[in-house]
Design a protein around this ligand. Structure first.
Ligand SMILES: [Zn+2]
Length: 157
């Protein structure tokens, strides 16, 4: 039987032939954020903001450009979150998505912000080596050392 060319692979589940593109792509995502631009401006100044609906008062984090509670689609109010809370859950990531393949293993968690009644999904600061469900945490802003991105993390108060 004739060998298949190297640019033909097989799908692991179906065994169907797959053409392997020989080009390598480097992608930088561009995501439209014009209606939540204030959030990124805040992060740049170390401030974490959520949005509040001026009609029904619903609060959102990550910020939402419109209200999914009452349907209001005008300008949302931006406000600084009280980031004190406690850790609801966490998990260690060993099998990373492609875009994080150059990073070491990391831990993600969900923090419940007590005064906001909001949950925040974020990486857990590496200084917390043994996270515990229920522990006191805050959300803080920092520059990620691997790529210089401004990110928010679950951290010690
Ligand atoms: Zn609303």
């Amino acid at each position: 039987m004739k060998a298949m060319p190297e640019y033909i692979a097989r799908d692991e589940k179906t065994n169907n032939a797959l053409l392997v593109d020989m080009r390598n792509l480097s992608i930088k995502y561009r995501i439209p954020v014009s209606r939540i631009e204030k959030f990124y401006d805040g992060l740049d100044h170390g401030v974490i903001m959520g949005t509040r609906c001026p009609v029904c008062g619903a609060r959102f984090f990550p910020p939402q450009a419109w209200c999914s509670e009452c349907g209001y689609s005008g300008d949302m109010e931006f406000y600084q979150l009280d980031t004190h809370g406690h850790l609801l859950t966490f998990t260690r990531i060993f099998a990373k998505p492609k875009s994080f393949s150059g990073f070491g293993d990391y831990t993600v968690g969900i923090a419940h912000l007590d005064r906001e009644n909001l949950n925040v999904l974020a990486w857990i600061d590496a200084s917390i080596d043994k996270p515990q469900v229920g522990m006191d945490v805050v959300i803080k802003v920092e520059k990620r050392k691997e790529d210089g991105a401004t990110i928010y993390l679950i951290s010690r108060p």
